[in-house]
Design a protein around this ligand. Structure first.
Ligand code: SAM
Length: 330
């Protein structure tokens, strides 16, 4: 699949549920209303849509959410998608998780063919962790990470840089990732969804500042490692691990974009930072044949926009995109 700007679309991210067992302050309001079940694609339907994308050249598939590992019977979807790894049609099956359920599922993920996982963790301080996630327990996530290591899964930690919250800890997190053998990606907070009381300007911490601070303690060697995504990567010389910086607010990274995002209701977003979407649920449910679905996918890719335009400042009090990150899974 080639979009109008000549970019090859080879990466599909699928939000398998909008529900989550955490309520991270920058991601969700505390009193979120979740979707009724009837609107959500069944695991079989998700499997079918993923299969259609894989036939069209998607090589990398990431399940996300909400929290993907809280969806009932989600391992059956991982196992089923794993068959595309066996045939070679898919190169990578992976997941982004908050880690709360990893102690239960790490082994099963590994046996389904998952090799690497992203685990979101913004702080190593139990009290801060409880304050950020509202409902989460740090111990549970650390146990999950141990289970992931034991299962042989490579781990990348994703941490959102939050002004006045974890900015004083990022040095320590770099060191801890080195000790644990984890790569790390730092993310700028993005203006997505209404989150209640706080405003983005209070949370937003430009990673250009963070990188400068980290460089006082760590030697960051530039690399040309790329995933087609927004991160710019460096090697931390002292730890031997990689660190990525996702800077949607301070850099434009759209020219190499290779991805699209499917929600759990079958809505396809061609850009994380834009409103335009395509409904794949209607064509999916319209016919047992995949012909209408295939046509809808092609029509959607032909509309992939050139890029996005996030702005956080005091004149832009409202989110740039009204949907929460949990709809598309980041
Ligand atoms: N529950 C899973 C997890 O915690 O990784 C997957 C979904 S979560 C929405 C995916 C990622 O998006 C997490 O790393 C989270 O920190 C990040 N995220 C959520 N809201 C964000 C925002 N407004 N700006 C930047 N990152 C955000």
């Amino acid at each position: 699949m080639i979009d109008p700007f000549g970019r090859q679309i080879s990466y599909l991210r699928v939000s398998v549920t909008d529900r989550c067992d955490f309520r991270c302050v920058y991601c969700m309001a505390e009193d979120m209303t979740f979707l009724p079940k009837a609107e959500i694609l069944s695991l079989e339907e998700l499997d079918r849509v993923c299969g259609a994308f894989i036939r069209k050249g998607v090589k990398k598939l990431r399940l996300t959410g909400g929290e993907p590992l809280v969806r009932r019977n989600i391992m059956s979807l991982f196992r089923s998608l794993g068959r595309h790894l066996d045939t070679g049609a898919l190169s990578e099956l992976t997941v982004t998780t908050n880690g709360s359920q990893l102690a239960r599922f790490a082994d099963e993920l590994k046996s389904a063919g998952v090799k690497r996982i992203n685990v979101s963790l913004d702080t190593l301080d139990p009290e801060k962790f409880a304050a950020i996630t509202r409902w989460g327990k740090l111990d549970q996530v650390l146990e999950g990470l141990d289970a992931a290591k034991r299962a042989g899964l490579a781990v990348k930690i994703n941490a959102v840089a939050l002004k006045g919250v974890n900015d004083d800890e990022l040095d320590r997190i770099v060191g801890w990732c080195g000790e644990q053998g984890f790569d790390l990606t730092l993310i700028e907070v993005m203006p997505m969804g209404d989150i209640g009381g706080e405003t983005r300007i209070d949370q937003y911490l430009p990673l250009s500042l963070v990188r400068g601070q980290l460089q006082r303690h760590w030697t960051l060697d530039e690399t040309d490692y790329r995933t087609g995504g927004p991160a710019r990567y460096y090697n931390v010389r002292e730890t031997g691990r990689r660190i990525g910086f996702i800077t949607p607010m301070t850099h434009n990274f759209c020219e190499s974009c290779n991805r699209v995002r499917l929600t759990c209701t079958g809505t396809l977003y061609m850009c994380l930072g834009q409103h335009d979407s395509a409904d794949l649920r209607a064509p999916l449910r319209a016919s047992p044949s995949d012909t209408p679905l295939d046509a809808a996918i092609e029509e959607a890719i032909a509309r992939k926009p050139k890029g996005h335009d996030f702005i956080i400042d005091r004149r832009h009090a409202k989110p740039a995109v009204s949907r929460h990150m949990s709809v598309t899974g980041g």
